[in-house]
Design a binder for this molecule. Structure first.
Ligand SMILES: Cc1cc2nc3c(=O)[nH]c(=O)nc-3n(C[C@H](O)[C@H](O)[C@H](O)COP(=O)(O)OP(=O)(O)OC[C@H]3O[C@@H](n4cnc5c(N)ncnc54)[C@H](O)[C@@H]3O)c2cc1C
Length: 409
C-alpha cells in the first residue's frame, strides 16, 4: 500500500483543486446537496448547471474517452477529483446512476447512432437516466425478474412492475431488464432494453420514505412498446449486459467518507451529562474506541483500493468490506448521537440541529444504505466466496426453466 500521491497525482490534485476553487463555490448548497434524499430539497436546476460546467471542462466523466466528452483520464484521477469535489458541497446525486451505470452499459452495447444520441446529453446533465432492475420478486437476485417482454414484429411489448427505482420520477430514460424466454433457466432468458420513461404505458409511482423524501419509485409497465433497435445486447443475453452495469456499480469508488467517529467526538465534547461532558463517560469512550478502530480499518481498506487504481489494476472485492462497515457504522454512530442529543434529537432541521442534522439524516438513510447496491448478507457472501475462498452459496435453481420455478409465472 502506498498512502501518498505520486508526483503526477499530486499535480493533478492541485490542478483539480484550483479549478474547483474557481468554479464550484457558486454552485454549493452548504451541505444540503448530500442530504437531498433526506430533506427532499430540489436542487435540480443547480445540479444541471454544475454538471454542464464540469462537462465543458472535461471533469464530468474523467475516465471516458475524449471522443465521448470524457478526459481519457485514469480511474485514479477520477478518485482524486471526486475527493476534492466532495469538499465543496456540490455532491448532487441526480446523475450518478445514469453516468455511473446506465450510460456505460449503453456505450458498451448500443450502436453508434444510439450512442451519439445519448452520451453527450447525459454527460452534460441535460438528460437523466434510471436503472430498472429490482422487482418485488427479485432485488438481490436480479435474474428472478418477472417483467415480461413479448416480441411483436419489429417491436417488443412489455408488461410488469419494477420497484425501488431511484430517480424514475425525474428520469428521461432508463435501462430495463425483462424476461423474454421463460422456458430457459433464469439467467438465460433475460434481455436488456433502453426505454423512454415518457413512453405510453409507463407509470411512475413515488414511494414515500420515512425520511420525508420520495426518491425512489414503483414503475409499472402496461403494454409498453419498445423497438427492437432499443435492445442492448443479444436477445436472451441480458444477464451478461446486466453484469456490465453491476460491475460499474461496484467500481464506483466515492470520494467523501461521510460521518465518522471524529464528528461524534465533537458532539460528545459539547454535550453535558450529570457527570461532565459525555466524552468522559467510560461506556461512551469504549464505543468511541470501537468506531475509531473501524474508521482506521476503513481508511486503510480505501487506501488499498486507491493503490490498486493508482497501479492501473482493478480493485478487488474489498469495496464490499468498505460498504458493510461504513453503512453499519453510520447507523450505529447516528443512533448513538441521537441518544446523546436527547430530546433535541428529534429536531431534523439542518438550520437548527447540531452538525446540520447530519446524524438525524444518518438515522433515516443508513437502513437504506445497508440494502442499496447489495445488502449486508449479499456482500458477506461475496467476501466469503471471493476473499476467504469459502464454498459458494447454494444455487438450486440455476438450471431449472424459469417457468417451472415457484415464482416463475
Ligand atoms: C436507497 C435504495 C436505492 C435503490 N435504487 C435502486 C435502483 O435505482 N434501481 C434498482 O433496480 N434497484 C434499486 N434498489 C433496490 C436494491 O437493489 C434492492 O433493494 C436490493 O438489491 C435488495 O433486494 P430486495 O429489496 O428485493 O431484497 P431481497 O433480495 O428480497 O432480500 C431480502 C433479505 O434476504 C436476504 N438475502 C437475499 N438473498 C440472499 C442470499 N443469497 N443469501 C443470504 N441472504 C440473502 C437479503 O440480504 C435481505 O436481508 C434500491 C434500494 C435502496 C434501498
Amino acid at each position: 500500500m502506498d498512502f501518498t500521491d505520486t508526483p503526477e497525482e499530486a499535480a493533478y490534485r492541485a490542478k483539480a483543486r484550483a479549478w474547483l476553487e474557481e468554479n464550484a463555490p457558486q454552485f454549493a448548497v452548504s451541505g444540503e446537496a448530500e442530504l437531498e434524499e433526506v430533506t427532499g430539497h430540489d436542487n435540480m436546476a443547480l445540479a444541471k448547471a454544475w454538471q454542464a460546467r464540469k462537462a465543458a471542462a472535461g471533469y464530468a466523466q474523467i475516465t471516458w474517452p475524449k471522443e465521448w466528452g470524457g478526459a481519457g483520464g485514469t480511474p485514479m484521477q477520477q478518485v482524486i477529483f471526486s475527493q476534492e469535489e466532495a469538499k465543496f458541497g456540490v455532491g448532487f446525486g441526480y446523475f450518478a446512476i445514469g453516468l455511473g451505470m446506465c450510460v456505460p452499459t449503453v456505450m458498451a452495447f448500443a450502436d453508434e447512432e444510439t450512442k451519439k444520441r445519448f452520451v453527450g446529453p447525459a454527460l452534460r446533465g441535460e438528460e437523466i437516466w434510471c436503472q430498472l432492475f429490482s422487482e418485488p420478486s427479485g432485488g438481490s437476485d436480479v435474474a428472478a425478474a418477472r417483467t415480461r417482454a413479448v416480441r411483436d414484429g419489429d417491436e417488443w411489448v412489455i408488461n410488469g412492475q419494477k420497484v425501488w427505482t431511484s430517480g424514475a420520477h425525474y428520469s428521461d430514460f432508463g435501462i430495463v431488464i425483462v424476461r423474454t424466454n421463460p422456458d430457459a433457466p433464469k439467467h438465460k432468458g433475460l434481455t436488456m432494453f433502453w426505454i423512454d420513461m415518457k413512453s405510453p404505458g409507463v407509470e411512475v409511482r413515488p414511494i414515500h420514505q420515512m425520511s420525508g423524501g420520495s426518491n425512489f419509485n414503483e414503475v409499472y409497465f402496461t403494454d409498453v412498446r419498445v423497438k427492437d433497435s432499443q435492445r442492448l445486447g443479444a436477445i436472451d443475453d441480458g444477464w451478461k449486459v446486466s453484469l456490465v452495469t453491476l460491475m460499474n456499480e461496484r467500481l464506483a469508488v466515492g470520494g467523501g467518507a461521510g460521518l465518522d467517529y471524529s464528528m461524534i467526538m465533537r458532539l460528545a465534547r459539547e454535550v453535558q451529562t450529570d457527570h461532565g461532558p459525555a466524552l468522559s463517560d467510560q461506556a461512551f469512550r469504549e464505543k468511541l474506541a470501537d468506531w475509531y478502530v473501524q474508521s482506521e480499518g476503513l481508511k486503510f481498506t480505501r487506501f488499498r483500493t486507491m493503490t490498486a487504481l493508482s497501479r492501473g489494476q482493478t480493485p478487488g472485492p474489498e469495496s464490499s468490506i468498505g460498504k458493510i462497515i461504513a453503512a453499519n457504522q453510520l447507523q450505529e454512530l447516528s443512533n448513538a448521537a441521537l441518544e446523546l442529543e436527547d430530546q433535541y434529537g428529534i429536531i431534523d432541521d439542518p438550520a437548527l440541529a447540531p452538525l446540520a442534522a447530519a446524524f438525524q439524516g444518518g438515522v433515516l438513510s443508513a437502513p437504506g444504505l445497508r440494502i442499496a447496491g447489495g445488502t449486508d448478507e449479499i456482500l458477506k457472501n461475496i467476501i466469503a466466496e471471493r476473499v476467504l475462498g469459502l464454498p459458494g452459496d447454494i444455487r438450486v435453481d440455476k438450471d431449472v426453466p424459469f417457468k417451472d420455478m415457484p415464482t416463475g409465472r
